[in-house]
Ligand binder design. Structure first.
Ligand SMILES: [Mg+2]
Length: 450
């Protein structure tokens, strides 16, 4: 979904014929650039996928709420916003404009089958763009995203789209750059946007292709970006830059969407590791707090306090327990273990379990034993609701594991209100969207565990 928004912002300063540039050599982001109607309606689509209901109402509401975006809405769409929001007349107007394709991006991420994807793309299009070409444009793009996401190669995607929708994709960006002119319909811009993706070498290259052919540049950029994201992933530096332009309330929907429909993790040839890449997303939104509040309160945020282990714990109240990573022999020689030894009653030679106001979890004998030790800790915490346990990022220091390996092992502690987890673990839960505890209570969880 972010790919659509990036392409839109990049293209926003080249949208009209007098602004078109016919080169791939341009600054990716411009100070004059901004998100346009393409991003706004893409967010509306995501909002609909998240919350259901009549999609026409979403488009109408977003259109009315953001009435004058950069670039503006298409004239007929503007009239439709007016009559739908003023008179409640949502009837479609037989458009084949490329608006149906530019806003469909999130649909490509939200379903597990081709049929569901195509059906939802049709619904998203036909509430305004019920002309066959309008529906076809949206479906073709949703299918490209779906296939890219599922790991199909470009030749297969090209063939499938040509066969299913009858588009001629047998041309290149270089081949049309000089002759292609502005066109605001699906049939005038959807095949070009797909080819800009097919011709590209990476996410940025695809976007540059899309802008370099001219035409409705923000929309072609948006469409190409939506596919390229699903195929390549998005470099974090580009993502971060784009987010600077986006309104907070639109960003919020993006975050909610990505939390459920996970964005593609970068392919291995990129220097950013998957976890780092995702972690940076969270830094962008400062969403760790929301995540831990969400999990801590079974989805009822705002009613209970969050459960993040404080940083740099130096002292403890009577009922508080410092949980640290240890080795089986209990040589508490360094890091958190040494601190526990010196301040919180950890016992030299005791590698596991409660000791004073600390609890050792041995992490140095492989992941399976670590998992067992963690389970023993969780049982202990469950049996001692009067105590509050501050779990540090055990196993992620000398033991050499990553939060990706350790955090899931604490899944059953998510429902225990007296277990606090380190920020990095909450990040993991937020990123994956898995281990959601809202469907069971602490006792149910406990039964599952036993
Ligand atoms: Mg636009």
């Amino acid at each position: 979904m972010i790919g659509s928004i990036i392409g839109d912002i990049v293209g926003s300063v080249y949208e009209f014929t007098y602004q078109n540039i016919k080169t791939k050599d341009f600054p990716l982001f411009s100070e004059q650039g901004n998100y346009t109607d393409d991003s706004i309606l893409t967010v509306a689509t995501a909002d609909w996928l998240l919350h259901g209901g009549n999609i026409a109402e979403y488009y109408s509401r977003y259109g009315a709420k953001y009435p004058r975006p950069m670039g503006g809405y298409g004239g007929n769409f503007q009239l439709w916003i007016a009559r739908s929001s003023v008179r409640g007349d949502y009837s479609p107007y037989n458009s084949c404009g490329n608006g149906s394709a530019m806003r469909v991006g999130p649909v490509g991420w939200a379903f597990d089958t081709k049929d569901e994807t195509l059906a939802a793309a049709k619904v998203s299009a036909e509430c305004t763009h019920n002309h066959p070409e309008g529906i076809k444009g949206a479906q073709a793009i949703a299918l490209c995203i779906f296939m890219a996401r599922k790991g199909f190669d470009k030749d297969t995607i090209r063939k499938e789209v040509e066969e299913q929708f009858g588009y001629d994709l047998n041309f290149t960006c270089d081949g049309i750059r000089d002759s292609y002119t502005w066109g605001g319909t699906c049939q005038d811009s959807v095949p070009q946007a797909i080819v800009a993706f097919l011709d590209g070498n990476d996410f940025e290259d695809c976007i540059r292709n899309a802008i370099s052919i001219g035409g409705d540049s923000d929309t072609i950029g948006c469409i190409t970006g939506s596919i390229a994201e699903a195929f390549y992933g998005v470099p974090n530096v580009i993502r971060k830059k784009a987010l600077e332009y986006l309104l907070e309330e639109l960003k919020k929907v993006l975050v909610e969407f990505e939390n459920i429909y996970k964005p593609l993790i970068m392919k291995e040839n990129n220097e950013i590791s998957p976890f780092e890449f995702q972690k940076n997303i969270i830094e962008d939104y400062e969403n760790v707090r929301d995540a831990q509040l969400y999990f801590s309160t079974h989805g009822r945020t705002g009613t209970l306090e969050g459960r993040t282990t404080p940083k740099n714990i130096r002292e403890l109240k009577e009922n508080e327990v410092f949980v640290f990573g240890s080795n089986a022999k209990g040589y508490h020689g360094g890091g958190a273990a040494a601190f526990a030894l010196n301040h919180f009653g950890a016992v030299w030679g005791q590698g596991d379990g409660i000791q004073g106001q600390s609890y050792a979890i041995s992490t140095m004998e492989g992941l399976i034993r670590t998992a067992r030790n963690i389970n023993r800790f969780i049982k202990y915490a469950h049996d001692h609701p009067e105590k509050r346990f501050y779990v540090t990022a055990i196993g992620c220091g000398i033991a050499g594991y990553t939060p990706l390996q350790i955090a899931p092992l604490f899944e059953r502690a998510l429902v225990l209100p007296n277990v606090f987890l380190p920020e990095i673990f909450w990040e993991y839960y937020w990123i994956t969207g898995e281990h959601q505890p809202e469907y069971f209570t602490p006792d149910d969880s406990w039964k599952m565990w036993n």
